[in-house]
Design a protein around this ligand. Structure first.
Ligand code: NAG
Ligand code: NAG
Ligand code: NAG
Ligand code: NAG
Length: 520
């Protein structure tokens, strides 16, 4: 029997990665987000590392401990409150549309944090997580490289907010890095996934203790993609401890992403054949609508850059420059690209990314809900089985698989589909908060006792990027959780609404009907 143990590794690796979100409060109307204002009465508290947070430092260590040879000195620019600055009402990390570091969800969350409601205990958890911070995909990376090379060939010496470019180097040196986790800087994917493991170990230590009592290892799952697998393995170091493999504590099961797997998959976006084939209502819709919206905000930027550099940039080139703000940040900790554009221009960029994902794999397209319902159904069955089914279920996937599940769950669905003519400032669907790099949704099975009443009742509570989020139509439980019976009825009803996966997706009727691997 594996023994309970302490984790030397988590003590050695400094507790560093309390990323972005900690010093935020609620957004103002314009969707900008505010750091906590520093109260002057913290002066006499000798216990406080909060002063660090107040100084705008994202971690317990200072920025200087994250020195990187190519990280330019951003202090001045930050103090001038360019787009890259974190000021009283602006944090760029909330406007990168899924290209930037993990941040907490802060809109539409239940106040009070993630503490378990009084009288309740978490009996089982299910997590669906995106891989952690990564380099650009090949296609985004190639586009970024192309615009950088074209600028290099310009005889011009760039000035003002492009002056950095004269000495700037691309943030990857070999194309083998593309698509893979980043491994340097405070916002690196290696650190982010490890920290997530430690965070969950902190919350769910009692469930880990239970799992360790079992004679069998805990299975966790990753879709068959290097960055997803690495995220799962690094998470496991933080959660289960460095000896998890030799001690047979946990086993990673890799699930093929092959399009032939039908419904028995973690990546239904690939196995739902019509999602790829249907160029109008399938995933392509997202790219088309994004391009339409992008065209609406680019002309003034193009004119300004032409004036400034003598070069005329295409919509795509400007979009790639905006993308580099987030991607460089996950490698070097900051990026001068963030200061090339105004805050409004980043609000537009953010919205473009929201439109992309909303219509590519979210509520705005035809197949997403049916695709996402597969995992939701399997997970609901496990919640109904209760602790006997095992305490811990962790699945690692891509963002294109999380958006469908959120769609099936019907939890961040806007009443009206996102317009492409202007920014809908009141929208709930914000990619930065719904699914940043490392984005995750956790289902907690709560067992609660009422004072003076015998027996316990079960509820499901949803944690999206550490913002507890209520289901719009089911929140009568403690901490606005959903009674388990109602939750199950809801999943069943959604199954009827979203339609049969095989039929809708153009998959043969003799292929797998649902997920078979999700069990301990
Ligand atoms: C970075 O900026 C700070 C604040 O403006 C300045 O004091 C410091 O000398 C700069 N460091 C370098 C290496 O330029
Ligand atoms: C792993 O198992 C070995 C052999 O039983 C044991 O000595 C070691 O303490 C275990 N490691 C942990 C972290 O429990
Ligand atoms: C997917 O599976 C099919 C059938 O098993 C196989 O022929 C094909 O080579 C696989 N494709 C990939 C990319 O692995
Ligand atoms: C959904 O769950 C039910 C109840 O266990 C099961 O019978 C059915 O096969 C599942 N459907 C899918 C598509 O996973």
């Amino acid at each position: 029997m594996p023994s309970t143990r302490t984790i030397a590794s988590s003590a050695i690796i400094p507790v560093i990665a309390i990323v972005g979100g900690v010093y935020l409060k609620y957004p103002s109307f314009h969707s900008s987000l505010c750091p906590q204002t520093c109260s002057s009465d913290t002066g006499n508290l000798h216990s406080g590392y909060f002063t660090y947070e107040c100084a705008g430092k994202p971690h317990h260590s200072s920025w200087s401990s994250w020195w990187h040879p190519q990280r330019t000195n951003g202090t001045l620019a930050e103090h001038k409150q360019g787009a890259g600055a974190i000021t009283n009402d602006w944090n760029i990390l909330y406007h990168l549309g899924g290209n930037g570091p993990w941040v907490e969800k802060v809109i539409d969350v239940i106040p009070g944090g993630i503490a378990v409601p009084e009288g309740c205990e978490v009996e089982q958890v299910h997590m669906m997580s995106r891989h952690a911070e990564r380099y650009p995909t090949k296609s985004a990376g190639n586009g970024q490289k192309a615009v950088v090379e074209r600028m290099r060939q310009s005889p011009k010496t760039f000035d003002s907010n492009l002056a950095f470019f004269n000495n700037w180097e691309l943030f990857w040196s070999t194309d083998e890095s593309l698509e893979q986790l980043t491994s340097t800087g405070p916002f690196s994917g290696s650190l982010g996934s490890f920290t997530t493991g430690v965070r969950l170990r902190t919350r769910y230590n009692h469930l880990l203790t239970k799992a360790l009592l079992s004679t069998r290892p805990t299975t966790f799952w990753a879709s068959d993609s290097q960055r997803v697998i690495e995220t799962a393995r690094t998470f496991a170091l933080g959660f289960f401890g460095i000896d998890y493999q030799p001690n047979n504590t946990a086993t990673l099961q890799v699930i093929s992403e092959n399009r032939t797997l039908a419904a028995d998959t973690l990546t239904p976006g690939r196995t739902c054949l019509n999602n790829k084939k249907d160029r109008k209502e399938g995933q392509k819709k997202g790219y088309d609508l994004m391009a339409a919206y992008v065209a609406s905000y680019m002309p003034p930027i193009r004119a300004r850059l032409l004036d400034h550099t003598g070069m005329s940039f295409t919509d795509k080139e400007i979009y790639h420059m905006q993308e580099m703000c987030g991607f460089e940040t996950t490698v070097r900790g900051r990026s001068d690209w963030c200061d090339v554009f105004t805050q409004d221009e980043f609000l537009s960029f953010e919205y473009a990314r929201d439109v992309l994902h909303y219509y590519r794999a979210g509520p705005g397209q035809k197949y997403a809900a049916s695709m996402g319902w597969l995992w939701l159904n399997a997970t609901t069955n496990l919640l109904l089985e209760g602790p006997g089914a095992g305490p811990l279920f962790f699945s690692f996937v891509h963002d294109g698989d999380i958006a469908p599940m959120i769609t099936a769950l019907d939890i961040i669905n806007d009443e009206v589909h996102l317009p492409i003519t202007h920014i809908e400032h009141q929208r709930k669907w914000r990619k930065s908060q719904v699914c940043p790099m490392g984005g995750r949704i956790i289902f907690e099975l709560l067992s609660c006792r009422k004072k003076g009443v015998d027996g316990e009742e079960k509820f499901v509570r949803l944690n999206i990027n550490d913002g507890i989020t209520a289901l719009p139509d089911c929140q009568s439980g403690p901490g606005r959780s959903c009674p388990l019976g109602q939750f199950a009825a809801r999943t069943k009803r959604r199954g009827e609404e979203v339609g049969d996966f095989r039929q809708l997706c153009g998959v043969d009727a003799d292929q797998a009907e649902g997920i078979t691997f999700l069990h301990q």
